[in-house]
Ligand binder design. Structure first.
Ligand code: SF4
Ligand code: SF4
Length: 188
């Protein structure tokens, strides 16, 4: 059963089993050494941040919670074509299509729209294929993530939760929801 520990790590340290002296048994030197290490850390740069007051910047390729997009007039972009659901490898998207009625042109950009649109975030693997499949720029993955919850049903996000705020009725919330997407698009 002789396992060669030396081969497993370069930080192996032999345990010192000699009898401790009186001074060592007082542990004052060891405590002082420990306090010095703590004290030295007070002057080092903190590796932690005060989350949630502060957040770290996301990677430019981060894929988070989905947003159902509107155009600049606030009309829903989605035409309920179902391409995102077909492209989804996790079968996380379900939707129901409806015909746009006369007088609803200010609500929906296309003649068909998603009356129901749901994403099961417990199934989703945040691959971004739904965004790539969409021909209408109607869905994209944002820089936020689904908050934790105690109930599984809370992770099924409906259209109301996914839809971006109206750009004219709530421009502040719209801008916030867009996040760095504006910057990324201007780079492209
Ligand atoms: S990110 Fe991927 S897994 Fe999630 S809903 Fe879109 S296609 Fe499906
Ligand atoms: S989000 Fe895009 S791909 Fe999905 S149903 Fe709507 S228009 Fe089609």
């Amino acid at each position: 059963m002789g396992v060669n520990m030396q081969a497993l790590t370069s930080r192996l340290k032999q345990v010192d089993r000699r009898k401790m002296s009186f001074i060592e048994r007082l542990y004052l030197v060891a405590i002082f050494k420990g306090m010095m290490i703590t004290f030295m850390h007070m002057f080092k740069k903190k590796p932690t941040i005060n989350y949630p007051e502060k957040t770290r910047p996301f990677s430019p390729v981060f894929r988070g919670l989905h947003i159902l997009n509107r155009d600049e007039e606030g009309r829903e972009n989605c035409t309920a074509c179902g391409l995102c659901a077909v492209a989804c490898p996790a079968e996380a998207i379900t939707m129901e299509a409806a015909e746009r009625q006369t007088g609803e042109e200010n609500l929906y950009r296309e003649e068909k729209y998603a009356a129901k649109y749901e994403i099961n975030m417990l199934r989703c693997i945040f691959c971004g294929l739904c965004e790539e499949a969409c021909p209408k720029d109607a869905i994209y993955l944002s820089e936020t993530f689904a908050p934790a919850d105690y109930q599984r049903k809370q992770f099924i996000y409906n259209k109301g939760e996914l839809l971006i705020p109206h750009p004219k009725e709530d421009p502040e919330a719209y801008k916030k929801a867009l996040g760095n997407r504006v910057k990324r698009e201007s780079i492209n």
